[in-house]
Ligand binder design. Sequence first.
Ligand SMILES: [Zn+2]
Length: 378
Amino acid sequence: MTDDVIELTKQLIERVSITPEDAGCQELMADILSPLGFNIESLVFDDTTNMWARKGTQSPVFCFAGHTDVVPTGDLSLWHTPPFDPVVHNGMLYGRGAADMKGSLAAMLAATVKFVNQHPDHQGSISYLITSDEEGPFINGTTRVIDTLEARNEKIDYCIVGEPSSSHLVGDVVKNGRRGSISGELTVKGKQGHVAYPDHVKNPIHLAMPALAELSQTHWDHGNEYFPETSFQLTNIESGTGATNVVPGHLVAWFNLRYSTELSDQKIVNKVTEILNSHQLDFDIKWTYNGKPFITEPGVLLNGVTNAIKKVTNREAILSTSGGTSDGRFIAPTGAEVLELGPCNATIHQINESVSCDDLVNLVEIYYQSLVNILCPK
Ligand SMILES: [Zn+2]
């Protein structure tokens, strides 16, 4: 077993773990953690493989969270090198998952090996919550592991999710929260008929347009210290039969809101419903609740991690809540402090995904120093 972060990242990339496959990644991780004294639990739910590993029985419980799955490669002919044959070129390591997030997993492991060897008498516990379905439907992954932990009253206090949070150099950005996400599928009902007989039809496009215009121009909130203002976006509209002489019977519009901690799912549902009612529409909405917003304020975790970044790289991390959702949304509601810190995200989910080798080496030190700051307080 190696604790060299580049070599470990390569070994993980070689395992073809497209969602929901784990392809032996977690076994490789367990082989490194077991000899350090970690108790390993493999939690398989349907097609998803999860791992909960813990060393120690005391509080506080520090957790490294992440995923072994990767997104599909897309057109193989566009890759300069095969996506599952990792190669280093000009200081960059190329391969699917290099940045999202096998590099982070390798850095967590290397940091843990160093920390356990150098601080065998540390406080609290160290744990790993790893899933193979973060990039997929997120039904049988982190959320199920959290359910399992909650059922036996096992709590995470501090959690670093290894998602690629950085912009230019590792540690320049830490995500200390995420916006909430809610989607709606709106059906506006009309009455179909011949375009030449307007008295006999109710045109759902005409009925829906003023309401959609109002929704798209509504100010939902002003955001706050940590969040930009909430954004409403229409993503798809469908209506019509394709014929130019038929008024359609209904219109379907899909929309999504990314929202701040100033709002809640319920407030959004109420306001959308109120606006649609004010336009006297006959409508249905199917809602999808993708995740509530969360924020981690300055405290043991945030201070421990930003001080670690400062010590290792001399950088002042910028705090951000931008970007899509992550599995942090399932961990934060348990009361845990949650941050996302990983390498640069410029190439994630793209062809020729890559990560800087220097950044990975620094990430090991940042994770290591974070463990020292949090589990070995002076
Ligand atoms: Zn990811």
